[in-house]
Design a binder for this molecule. Structure first.
Ligand SMILES: NC(=O)c1ccc[n+]([C@@H]2O[C@H](COP(=O)([O-])OP(=O)(O)OC[C@H]3O[C@@H](n4cnc5c(N)ncnc54)[C@H](O)[C@@H]3O)[C@@H](O)[C@H]2O)c1
Ligand SMILES: O=C(O)C(=O)C[C@]1(C(=O)O)C=C[C@@H](O)C=C1
Length: 364
């Protein structure tokens, strides 16, 4: 039985879904873009079977419709789709980072025989656009679904089955609760990262040493500050009330640090780091979308051309699967420390032993 999947907004998330679904048995993926100029790009990138700028054409006969546009455009798309002829039993879902407003909208414009099930894959990147799409983006991540009470179980199960191709773990959550929790673990961290980068950016205007000396710590905590401004404008405005409350709690945390410093309270500073260290250590590390630190080793890399390729080749020859590598930049243009990440502990151990035997300084 042929299954048509329509994806509206083929960027990082829409494109990654396309990569997961395209080529699977009986499935045809059609991408929609509001900009005709983007259609060729999604075909060339291989994320869809066909592309169109016509909403009618994309939606016609679709079994599943994924809305992957910015949060601020979701409601407009849902309302427009509601005016089009849709296949009976069609499931409309979205991937927006907030769930309360789109779920409420779906309740007001529901129609018989068409089911809306809110969705949110807890995986992503600071990169955007179809070029950043990846087949592996959702693997092992949680994928939240927020069906309203009126959605038949049969429809929920059909969507869950289709999403099996993403290899994500599906979890059912109430939309309002979703926004409270995701506000704390995703939206608030993005605000903090941006505020921190902008604070340092202002200091850097007076003294460019800030930019030069910014090393691993600054880069680790601020990666997500490079996220797309439009996508994040929409997310923050959509979760405004939750965020205003979370920011008040944040101010209290920061006031706590001001107090500890004013009082020179070393004991409480230590306790704050211990508490954070313990909680972070308990996070499910190898699950993408939570924390992707995996099993890491660090090696000192001498400053000569090709050294990084050489290390990757050394591991490849030994059939050791490297999951990620990152230069921890301490000085511009000078490789200093290389972080190598592995999915399996035994791969990390083998890499450590092998590189050590080759004369590299390796440490955990
Ligand atoms: N980036 C992440 O880490 C992440 C993770 C999970 C969910 N999401 C959600 O996924 C959705 C898409 O985000 P993304 O990261 O793939 O962004 P993206 O910028 O990579 O893709 C957005 C897509 O929407 C299209 N688009 C942009 N403005 C539009 C408009 N005005 N009308 C119609 N289409 C428009 C773009 O052409 C693009 O194809 C958002 O709702 C976001 O909240 C993002
Ligand atoms: O890894 C990242 O770069 C992300 O920002 C992913 C992230 C997150 O905050 O964890 C961002 C937005 C989402 O809606 C879900 C996941």
């Amino acid at each position: 039985m042929a299954i048509k999947v329509a994806i509206f907004g083929v960027g990082l998330i829409g494109g990654s879904l396309g990569l997961c679904l395209k080529g699977k048995p009986e499935i045809t993926v059609v991408g929609h873009s509001h900009r005709p100029g983007s259609l060729n790009r999604m075909i060339e990138r291989g994320v869809v079977d066909a592309a169109t700028a016509s909403m009618e054409e994309a939606a016609a006969d679709a079994d599943f419709i994924f809305l992957c546009v910015p949060v601020g455009n979701l409601e407009e798309y849902l309302r427009k789709l509601n005016e089009l002829p849709l296949k009976p039993g069609c499931i409309i879902t979205d991937v927006g980072s907030t769930k309360a407003s789109i779920s409420a909208c779906a309740e007001t414009c529901s129609r018989p025989g068409v089911h809306f099930i809110g969705g949110h894959p807890m995986a992503g990147s600071e990169r955007s656009g179809v070029e950043a799409a990846s087949t592996l983006l959702f693997e092992n991540a949680f994928y939240v679904l927020t069906p309203s009470a009126g959605v038949p179980e049969e429809a929920y199960l059909r969507l869950e089955q289709l999403l099996g191709y993403t290899r994500a773990q599906i979890v059912r959550v109430d939309p309002v609760l979703h926004d409270e929790i995701v506000g704390a673990i995703s939206h608030l961290p993005h605000i903090i990262a941006v505020a921190l980068v902008n604070q340092v950016c202002d200091y850097d205007k007076d003294n460019g040493l800030h930019r030069m000396l910014a090393a691993g710590g600054f880069r680790d905590i601020t990666r997500i500050a490079s996220s797309d401004p439009i996508i994040w404008r929409d997310i923050l405005l959509s979760n405004r009330d939750v965020l205003l409350s979370l920011l008040q709690d944040w101010n209290r945390e920061i006031d706590g640090f001001i107090h500890m410093l004013e009082e020179r309270d070393g004991e409480r500073i230590e306790q704050a780091f211990q508490k954070a260290n313990q909680f972070r250590g308990e996070l499910p590390e190898r699950r993408k979308g939570a924390i992707t630190s995996l099993y890491d080793i660090y090696i000192d890399v001498p400053d000569h051309p090709g050294i990084i390729g050489q290390i990757a080749t050394e591991l490849g020859v030994q059939h050791i699967n490297l999951s990620n590598m990152q230069i921890i930049e301490s000085r511009e243009d000078v490789p200093g420390v290389l972080r190598l990440s592995f999915r399996q502990e035994n791969e990390m151990e083998r890499a450590k032993q092998h590189l050590h035997a080759q004369g590299y300084a390796v440490y955990l």
